[in-house]
Design a protein around this ligand. Structure first.
Ligand code: PEP
Length: 259
């Protein structure tokens, strides 16, 4: 796989004015093989898009949202739908992030429906999967990842829509490493990514997206100091960065670690 993806998930941080300041301060390396994707809060998307448009970066720079509803429209106060997001400058969407699963009680079925609606409108989903500490210590890593991957990609029509609309990305984010300062070792990450690549091969078969072309990102306390060694791991095609993506300087240093 050629390109390396460095994605930043701002979570519930940075309003429109902060997003503009971030865009003005951001420096990115000249690397044609690098793809940067920023996931600001939806409220800050337009300000970030406009401020970035005034800059001249030589890398592919995309924007995404952190969540969508599984329905296309309706009486769901406070929610945003995939067709609405498709009318903005966002091309990507996080689906199944562990904070959505753990804090907001989202199930594998919710994730499956969100992936379907994203694919249907041509948004590129980043499907987040990962095990809790209890699951890991109970020897259930493979079982949990398989359940999450196979559940999300269960529908043939979703797989077809994904293949027609630009594919998708997978993010391996062990729950015990998100926002905790604990990071998987490069060997842990490579091992899980190898399992995920095999699951994609089993699940996607020949009728859909080429499983070898689905980037698999590692996420979980990635920082400037550990990004390079994580990115060297087999089957690690990029990183999804939370806390360390909030400051332009640390995000820049992680992007530089990508090559
Ligand atoms: C995330 O939110 O996807 C994430 C990886 O967070 P952090 O880097 O802060 O662990």
């Amino acid at each position: 796989m050629g390109r390396t993806v460095v994605a930043g998930n701002w979570k519930m941080n940075h309003g429109p004015r902060d997003a503009e300041a971030f865009a003005r301060a951001l420096r990115l390396p000249h690397n044609p093989e690098l793809e940067v994707i920023l996931f600001p809060p939806a409220l800050s998307l337009s300000a970030l898009e406009q401020a970035l448009a005034e800059r001249d970066f030589s890398v592919s720079l995309r924007l995404g949202v952190q969540n969508i509803h599984w329905e296309e429209s309706g009486a769901f106060t406070g929610e945003q739908s995939a067709p609405m997001v498709a009318q903005t400058g966002a091309t990507h969407v996080l689906v199944g992030h562990s904070e959505r699963r753990q804090i907001f009680g989202e199930t594998d079925d919710d994730t499956r429906r969100k992936l379907a609606v994203a694919a249907a409108v041509g948004l590129i989903p980043v499907l987040c999967v990962g095990e809790t500490l209890e699951e890991r210590e109970g020897g259930r890593l493979e079982e949990v990842l398989r359940r999450q991957v196979e559940g999300a990609l269960d529908s043939a029509s979703t797989r077809e829509a994904l293949s027609e609309n630009g594919g998708f990305l997978l993010a391996y984010e062990p729950v015990w490493a998100i926002g905790t300062g604990e990071t998987a070792t490069p060997d842990d990450a490579s091992h899980a990514h190898g399992l995920l690549r095999k699951m994609l091969q089993d699940r996607l078969g020949s009728d859909s997206v080429d499983p070898r072309r689905v980037p698999i990102l590692y996420g979980g306390s990635v920082k400037p100091g550990n990004a390079a060694e994580l990115l060297e791991g087999a089957d690690v095609d990029g990183v999804l960065v939370g806390g360390a993506s909030l400051e332009p300087d640390s995000f820049q240093r992680i992007a530089e670690a990508a090559g």
